[in-house]
Design a protein around this ligand. Structure first.
Ligand code: ATP
Ligand code: MG
Length: 369
């Protein structure tokens, strides 16, 4: 049986939010604990974060520890999963350089996520080359660890597509008989609302860069305030008796992502399940405040254990850095092995190829001085 290997990660551009949680983190913890995977690599993508934060290295530097704390408090277990810091694995950069020969500029320009992000960052007139090519570096990250499974949010699908193309081209050109690179599959959430969780403000995506997040480490009061005061609902739902709309209504999208039937028993016994609650809302007669209070109960229940674990972990920060150092060292062993295979397939392993040296000396064996 082929190995089942996970690679996934986040950019250290801020603390992790509930979009990361439902989009990928919650699933990673389940997969980790399922015991079905031979290896799990979780990467803090600092080199990628620098592609659009190159002028603010201190932001990236400060957020490494925040992301690591969020991971472990959300249930990532360093005994079961290897947490690594991307920049500490130089082999990834080498792979990126070699793969860049296999990708055209027009192919990168077609990537819808990159297009969108270029717009968002006002890079239209001057795109940094590093940012433009980050899908290639992402392919290096995935293939360096021979990942078969990549649990990500839906915005990452174009990156996985790009990776699959690189794997195919590489194997076709350099290792047609015995493929060196392993094909991977994205694992995206089944729940529609989790694929791309909207921001508290109703923006299509909760994102660190947009400042519309509920962070895993927010205090109970912050969470409550964001839900009760800032959360976008249905602007046409002015009176409680008015019929409400679910489309674009952030409260209901979050309920879709987080609510289970047992929450009704505990916090809102008027309804048996979310369907009944939604029906009442659309019919009219259910106010936004009541819905928000219910959501707040659920969010507090979900986030409280994460917050408590984080407070514990915050007491020993050097231990967290140590986990990252050891994880990076361990990950580097795997990446080094893959790079050696890649270089051999690309015929650039001159010095450890006795056959090459022998053949070349034979060619010149006739020359005497
Ligand atoms: P940035 O704004 O710096 O790009 P981000 O909030 O988009 O940050 P990333 O580190 O780029 O976060 O994404 C990490 C992972 O989390 C990816 O798998 C991504 O698909 C997923 N993710 C990010 N935001 C969301 C969201 N709102 N809903 C679902 N998944 C998300
Ligand atoms: Mg992003």
């Amino acid at each position: 049986m082929a190995n089942k290997i996970i690679l996934t990660g986040d950019r250290p551009t801020g603390r992790l939010h509930i979009g990361h949680y439902v989009g990928s983190l919650r699933r990673r913890v389940e997969l980790q604990n399922s015991g079905e995977f031979d290896k799990i690599f979780i990467m803090i993508a600092d080199a990628q974060a620098l592609t659009d934060n190159f002028d603010n290295p201190d932001k990236v530097r400060a957020n490494i520890i925040e992301v690591a704390l969020d991971y472990i408090s959300a249930g990532i277990d360093p005994e079961k999963s290897t947490i690594l810091v991307q920049s500490q694995i130089p082999e990834l950069t080498e792979l990126t350089f070699f793969y860049s020969n296999l990708v055209t500029v027009s192919r990168l320009q077609r990537n819808p996520t990159v297009k969108n992000e270029i717009q968002l960052r006002n890079f239209e007139t001057s795109i940094p080359v590093g940012f433009f090519t980050y899908p290639i570096s992402q392919a290096a990250d995935i293939t360096a660890f021979k990942a078969t499974t990549v649990p990500v949010g839906v915005d990452q699908l174009p990156m996985i597509e790009q990776t699959k193309e690189i794997v195919q081209r590489f194997n076709f050109i350099y290792s047609p008989d015995k493929p060196v690179l392993v094909d991977c599959e994205a694992l995206i959430p089944e729940n529609e609302s989790c694929k791309r969780l909207p921001g508290v403000d109703g923006n299509a995506k909760m994102s660190k860069s947009l400042g519309n997040c509920i962070y895993l480490s927010d205090t109970a009061d912050d969470v409550k305030e964001k839900i009760m005061k800032k959360m976008f609902t249905d602007p046409q739902h002015l009176q409680v008796s008015d019929p409400g709309h679910l489309e674009g209504n952030v409260v209901f999208t979050y309920l879709d992502a987080f609510c289970r039937d047992e929450h009704f028993e505990r916090y809102l016994p008027d309804y048996a399940n979310l369907e009944e609650m939604k029906a009442h809302y659309t019919r009219g007669g259910l106010g936004d405040v009541k819905c928000k209070k219910f959501l707040n109960e659920i969010m507090q229940e979900t986030l409280e254990p994460i917050r408590v674990r984080r407070h514990e972990l915050e007491k020993d920060i050097p231990a967290i850095y140590d986990i990252l150092k050891k994880g990076s060292e361990k990950a580097r062993e795997t990446a080094t092995q893959t790079l050696a295979e890649v270089k051999a397939a690309m015929r650039i392993n001159y010095f450890d190829d006795a056959e090459l040296i022998r053949a070349q000396s034979e060619k010149y064996s006739g020359s005497k001085d």
